[in-house]
Design a protein around this ligand. Structure first.
Ligand SMILES: Nc1ncnc2c1ncn2[C@@H]1O[C@H](COP(=O)(O)OP(=O)(O)OP(=O)(O)O)[C@@H](O)[C@H]1O
Ligand SMILES: [Mg+2]
Length: 365
């Protein structure tokens, strides 16, 4: 029987656990043309959720069309425009159809060498950029004239690094005029995104409603995973699921990976869970070593301190001394840069974005 769990890409269908309320909310916002800023730290399930929402929107009557645009790796405005044009192919399969609407745009079609999927690319001279951005976005808008449209910009924080002056302002100006489109701006670098949308100085101020993606509760994981295990006539004990969820600090990717490995095992007990954890940590070892070697001494000390204490009481004189910090401000600086690097995040206390990295560091000392 095919393993129903999956952890290497976004998940939908039976591999997707719960998030009923989130789906309902996002569908409602899309139907009512409300823009949303969807954010969380890494690997919490944003991309999976938006794909689930897109799937359901297509089934509605009247149907809401959707375009998913992945901005990961885009470096400038040209890349952004190409990503938008390529995204349009999700709702218009015929190249001629798009070309007709992009009158005045020099667009060429090709295939992505990695994914093999069709891509569109515009040849743009620097002078032409403002018009091109507007035209590409107007193509999107033209598809929303008869039917509501959802446009998802995933990894939206990437645009903060584009060098073109005034890009955000121009983008905002065009988007604001799109009455029949709802936008989901999704991403993970909370500090960048919050600043973009919540600071009066920035172009996207109050452009979208904030929607932080929370963890999935344990009872949802229990319902979902026990049901899937039933398919092969295996009763999965609740305690086993609780054990996995807690070990993984509620990180869905690792929970999937544990369940994927558990599905293959003939015996299900806590010793097996322990073995799976060891194998997951060791399979990531090389990546962790590369990351560790890029850190300064103070950052390493700070990470070890957070790993050992769970981030609690780290500023006491005794802790600082034990961890080898001369002052709280040195620790504070190290923690800030670890947050910027998306290694830690703060939620009352400091936490690891990657719980297996925490376990690896705990094993180091
Ligand atoms: N609702 C869910 N049910 C079960 N597993 C999930 C769910 N959402 C996410 N996952 C697991 O977490 C992994 C990461 O999910 P996804 O790529 O959607 O997260 P993300 O927040 O978009 O990550 P990133 O910040 O890296 O873009 C998936 O591969 C899957 O294993
Ligand atoms: Mg994602």
């Amino acid at each position: 029987m095919k393993n129903p769990f999956s952890y290497s890409e976004f998940v939908t269908g039976e591999a997707f656990c719960n998030r009923k309320q989130e789906k309902e909310d996002l569908i409602y916002f899309a139907q009512n043309s409300q823009n949303v800023l969807l954010y969380s730290h890494r690997r919490m399930g944003k991309t999976s959720l938006v794909h689930e929402v897109i799937k359901q929107l297509k089934k509605l009557k009247p149907k809401v069309n959707a375009v998913y645009i992945d901005l990961y790796g885009t470096l400038d405005e040209n890349d952004f425009i190409d990503a938008v044009l390529t995204g349009i192919m999700q709702i218009e399969s015929k190249l001629e159809g798009i070309l007709k609407r992009v009158a005045g745009l020099k667009v060429t079609g090709s295939f992505d060498p990695v994914t093999g999927l069709p891509t569109l690319s515009a040849s743009i001279k620097p002078r032409e950029k403002p018009q091109y951005l507007e035209k590409a976005l107007q193509v999107l808008a033209s598809y929303s004239e008869k039917q509501k449209l959802l446009v998802v910009f995933d990894e939206f924080q990437e645009i903060a690094n584009y060098s073109e002056k005034g890009f955000e302002k121009r983008l905002r100006k065009v988007i604001q005029g799109h009455r029949n489109i709802s936008y989901i701006f999704s991403g993970s670098q909370k500090h960048i995104l919050i600043q973009m949308f919540d600071s009066v100085k920035y172009a996207f101020y109050k452009m979208a409603r904030s929607y932080p993606l929370q963890k999935i509760e344990t009872h949802h994981y229990i319902d979902w995973s026990t049901k899937l295990f039933k398919k092969k006539n295996v009763t999965l004990d609740e305690e086993i699921v609780v054990n996995i969820v807690e070990r993984c600090d509620y990180q869905p990717m690792y929970i999937q990976q544990f369940l994927f490995d558990l599905w293959r095992s003939d015996i299900i007990d806590s010793a097996i869970i322990e073995d799976i954890e060891k194998s997951i940590v060791s399979s990531q070892k090389n990546q962790f070593i590369v990351l560790w070697n890029l850190l300064t001494q103070n950052q390493k000390k700070a990470l070890r301190l957070v790993a050992e204490t769970g981030g609690k009481g780290i500023y006491t004189a005794e802790m600082l001394q034990r961890a080898g910090f001369n002052s709280g401000s040195v620790l504070q600086r190290a923690l800030s840069s670890l947050m910027e690097k998306e290694i830690l995040y703060k939620d009352v206390t400091y936490q690891f974005q990657d719980t297996m990295l925490k376990k690896w560091i705990q094993r180091l000392s």
